[in-house]
Design a protein around this ligand. Structure first.
Ligand SMILES: [Mg+2]
Length: 267
């Protein structure tokens, strides 16, 4: 069953249920008890479950990079994504990525030349822009660069706590932390302040998009920057990002860790 059809059924169920409440005539009531209310209640909860499963499948397909490219969260799943992003599911998903990445980081015997590197993306990886997205439909609205830039310039994005824990673990293990973001060079100062205020410190390099990188696909821009790191001698062991374009391309890390993000897709 397609999702729009499902909506139609849900709507039909609502109408049928309200209609059944407005039949005080006992004869009609008797008739309705057999014809409508019970089966419709069962049907409603089944359809609600069906929608939940469909939207979970949509979200899973997105995380597995099977949907690419996609522009916005489908209308039918807008509420589902909002509930996921504001509920425990998102936090648990972040925690398991952080934990597994930490286990991998610990398992490597680092060399003592200081060239073992871990890359972190920033938005929806270290910093959460949920206050912005809560005002813009959690990915249901088409992304608006100007509005998002205005939010970035406030410098009040929140730390993603499981990522902050991984960040500290990786630093303490002796990795060189390199931050590689799609944010513009003109946002360097506000980004540095925001990161520090959120608890991030001691990164080795913060790479932002320069004017030369303008218009490049994220996957190209990030691959080029990783290639430069390799030429400088760095061994890229881990890479954490919420977009596949943070992780794929060339000069990829030994292990990539994909954080959940059902709100937007960047190529
Ligand atoms: Mg990101």
């Amino acid at each position: 069953m397609t999702i729009p059809l499902l909506n139609l059924f849900l709507l039909f169920s609502f109408f049928a249920l309200s209609f059944s409440h407005e039949t005080p005539n006992p004869q009609n009531n008797h008739h309705n008890h057999h014809a409508f209310p019970r089966p419709l209640i069962i049907e409603y909860s089944e359809l609600e479950e069906e929608l939940k499963l469909r939207c979970t499948s949509w979200r899973f397909a997105g995380e597995a990079n099977n949907l690419s490219p996609w522009i916005t969260v489908p209308k039918e799943c807008a509420e589902h994504v909002k509930e996921y992003m504001t509920g425990k599911g998102y936090i648990y998903d972040l925690e398991i990525v952080s934990k597994e990445a930490g286990e991998f980081a610990k398992s490597i015997q680092l060399k003592d030349d200081g060239l073992d590197a871990w890359i972190f993306d920033i938005d929806e990886t270290l910093l959460s822009n949920l206050p912005y997205y809560s005002a813009h439909g959690y990915g249901f609205e088409v992304f608006d660069h100007e509005k998002f830039d205005a939010w970035v310039e406030k410098g009040v994005a929140l730390a993603i706590e499981p990522s902050l824990k991984l960040y500290e673990d990786v630093l303490n293990l002796g990795y060189k932390v390199i931050l590689l973001t799609g944010r513009k060079e003109s946002h360097r100062a506000v980004t540095v302040d925001n990161l520090i205020n959120a608890g991030f410190r001691d990164w080795h390099q913060l790479i932002l998009r320069s004017s030369d990188d303008k218009g490049k696909l994220a996957v190209i821009y990030k691959s080029e920057k990783r290639s430069e790191m390799e030429k400088e001698g760095y061994r890229i062991l881990g890479n954490s990002g919420d977009q596949w374009s943070d992780l794929l391309g060339s000069s990829i890390s030994v292990r990539s860790f994909k954080l959940p993000n059902p709100m937007y897709y960047i190529a």
